[in-house]
Design a protein around this ligand. Structure first.
Ligand code: GRF
Length: 217
């Protein structure tokens, strides 16, 4: 099976990018990161890419008149690397329908909540305030509905009585670093697919709507 070409989109620190770089270096993923794209110059994730010898693309959204022209510039730059998979790892811009349709079925995102709960921002605080017993993170395929595409892997985390948004975020972040490389590994091994009917298939099974449940020891 040919090695997959991956483009990772970031806007910040890139710790999920690092987890994927490390999983590739460890021989777990049948793929390589062809490029990292950031909409912000100077972010730490670009340093991580540089250190790993990965080409970097910086396209500042502020230089464009509207979302469509920014997205068109990103498509042009990314398609030069002929990506099989787009990995959104803390990319903080909303994408146009045209962009999403262009990469439909081959674009993953990670979100710090047990989707469909807590789409959007401040998820850790919202879960604590709601009195939830569990929080977590989810890898999903990207569709036009923000944080709304079908779920691939979900890691539930217990909320502790003395948790703050920060302490909870730290545990969720370390779970992210486990499930994102795993989803990329499965996709690159042709084990994980976004089906034509909009579901997620792992090997021969259609996953339940909450995705594969990754239970941490
Ligand atoms: C993560 O919390 C991820 O769930 C969200 O953005 C954050 C990115 O963190 N989509 P990092 O840049 O990978 O450290």
């Amino acid at each position: 099976m040919a090695e997959k070409r991956i483009v990772v989109m970031i806007s910040g620190s890139g710790s999920n990018l690092q987890a994927i770089i490390d999983a590739i270096a460890g021989g777990h993923i049948n793929g390589r990161i062809a490029a990292v794209l950031s909409n912000k110059a100077g972010v730490f994730g670009l340093e991580r890419a540089e250190k790993a010898g990965i080409p970097q693309i910086v396209i500042d959204h502020k230089g464009f008149e509207d979302r469509e022209s920014f997205d068109a510039a990103m498509i042009e730059a990314m398609d030069a690397y002929q990506p099989d998979l787009i990995v959104m790892a803390g990319f903080m811009r909303i994408l146009s329908a045209k962009f999403i349709q262009h990469y439909q079925g081959r674009m993953l995102n990670i979100h710090p909540s047990l989707l469909p709960k807590y789409k959007g921002l401040n998820t850790h605080q919202r879960a604590i305030e709601a009195g939830d017993k569990q929080h977590g993170c989810t890898v999903h395929f990207v569709t036009e509905e923000l944080d709304g595409g079908p779920l691939a892997i979900q890691a539930p985390i217990d909320i502790l009585a003395d948790d703050t948004a920060d302490s909870l975020q730290q545990r969720v972040h370390s779970a992210e670093h486990k499930i994102y490389p795993l989803a990329v590994e499965w996709f690159c091994a042709d084990r994980l697919q976004h089906t034509a009917s909009g579901q997620v298939q792992l090997d021969d099974s259609i996953l339940p709507s909450e995705g594969y449940q990754f239970i941490q020891e």
